[in-house]
Design a protein around this ligand. Structure first.
Ligand SMILES: C[S@@+](CC[C@H](N)C(=O)[O-])C[C@H]1O[C@@H](n2cnc3c(N)ncnc32)[C@H](O)[C@@H]1O
Length: 395
């Protein structure tokens, strides 16, 4: 079985160039670069420009990021996708930089990630409770990213139960979007037959059936969502019912939409706001790291956030995180593989940046951030399996 996790200690720019030369390709790159906050807890996060001012600061940060994003693009598979975590300090600059490097047409989403449900109570102004995740495709036309999730489906949306015990809901067979009507979609405007007493539906007349044409609530002509052949093939998933509309009683046709369809798992489109209650928070992330290694890193990401990102790409994705920090991405890959039997592999990269004097990390004998990454990924391999391949650049 291939090793799930690999860790390379080294400067990510050199490692990325080496990977590109070696022809390595990744399906998914997730990075959480220093946000340029001016703080310096576990790692250096203060990029002052030559003049020490704000403009110089952004410029210095962009100068650090640009070659790394360009190199990341080189090692991204043509059908791959990149996600970058960022907060308000550099969000605007990063968006423009990514537009330049990946092309505006390959922008997929700017997701609001609510990692601090209560909001930051320190300092002046608003209690900031979110940051961002920017997502770009290497090539939007070929990208394999599926912006939906099987875990996101809410069973409560399926209130009905069949005699066999299967959950479902009724969806109108008629297209309720007024953009689709007999003028814009003439082939989907046709009559079908149904019997409200038995519920039976057919594209052809039968005994006891009434003719039904699609109409909007106001009586204007509408269109069906399914073609005539599809209605014939899946007539048992349709039901004819008498309903009370705005203009009195009428007979209409509904689809039985199953919670667990026969073909594949049901998936729901992901919204662009991800809540802490769904993906975890900075507090839960600190607790996850504490369980494995200790409280040795100030700003890890929750594995739930990375698992949701992983869920948008195939189960055999080759994953890269070249600002690995405490190794959350490698941890999330092992958890995801265990949960769904996937064969994802993850390469984490972090420089041997010294940890702060007197910090918990130093007290725990972890003298660099690379030591923290290694310690967590070793603990992941021990507790969850999947192994760990450790290297130091150049390797
Ligand atoms: C915001 S942290 C990442 C946190 C991580 N997502 C987690 O959940 O723990 C950014 C990391 O990038 C690392 N880093 C900064 N510059 C680097 C470089 N040139 N090469 C490799 N790693 C670097 C820092 O040491 C730090 O650990």
């Amino acid at each position: 079985m291939p090793t799930w996790n690999t860790f390379i200690e080294g400067d990510n720019l050199e490692v990325l160039h080496g990977l590109a030369v070696g022809g390595e390709r990744f399906d998914l790159i997730y990075i959480d670069p220093p946000y340029n906050t001016g703080n310096d807890f576990a790692y250096d996060d203060d990029r002052r420009g030559p003049d020490g001012g704000r403009a110089g600061r952004h410029q210095a940060w962009r100068a650090m990021m640009r070659p790394r994003l360009e190199a990341a693009r080189e090692v991204l598979d043509p059908a791959g996708a990149l996600y970058v975590s960022i907060d308000d300090h550099e969000a605007a600059h990063l968006r423009l930089l990514l537009d330049e490097v990946f092309g505006e047409g390959n922008f997929l989403a700017q997701i609001v990630v609510n990692l601090n449900a209560k909001g930051r109570q320190l300092g002046h102004g608003f209690a900031t409770s979110h940051e961002y995740l920017l997502s770009y495709a290497r090539d939007a036309r070929r990208c394999r990213l599926d912006a939906s999730s099987p875990d996101h489906v809410d069973e409560r949306d399926f209130p009905l139960t069949s005699p066999e015990g299967h959950r479902f809901r009724h969806l109108p067979l008629r297209n309720t979007n007024k953009k689709f009507n007999p003028i814009t979609a003439p082939t989907l405007h046709f009559a079908i037959w149904g019997d409200p007493a038995t519920g039976l539906v057919s594209p052809d007349p039968f005994d006891g059936a009434v003719e039904i044409s699609p109409v909007f609530g106001d009586g204007a002509p509408a269109v069906w969502r399914w073609s005539r052949p599809r209605i014939a093939a899946r007539a048992t998933d349709l039901v004819c019912r008498t309903i009370k509309g705005r203009r009195g009683e009428r007979v209409d046709v509904f689809q039985r939409d199953w919670l667990h369809p026969q073909e594949g798992r049901r998936r729901k489109k992901l919204r662009t706001i991800w809540l802490a209650e769904e993906i975890g928070s900075t507090d839960t992330a600190v607790a996850e790291l504490k369980d494995l290694v200790g409280h040795v890193f100030e700003s890890p990401k929750p594995t739930g956030l990375i698992r949701r990102i992983l869920g948008t790409m195939p189960e055999e994705a080759r994953v890269l995180d070249f600002f690995a920090g405490s190794g959350t991405t490698g941890h999330a890959v092992a958890l995801a593989n265990l949960a769904d039997g996937g064969t994802r592999r993850c390469l984490s990269v972090n420089v041997a940046e010294p940890t702060r004097e007197g910090s918990n990390a130093q007290r725990a004998g972890l003298s660099s951030v690379a030591d923290i990454t290694r310690a967590r990924l070793r603990a992941v391999a021990e507790t969850l399996g999947g192994g760990l391949d450790e290297r130091v650049w150049p390797c």
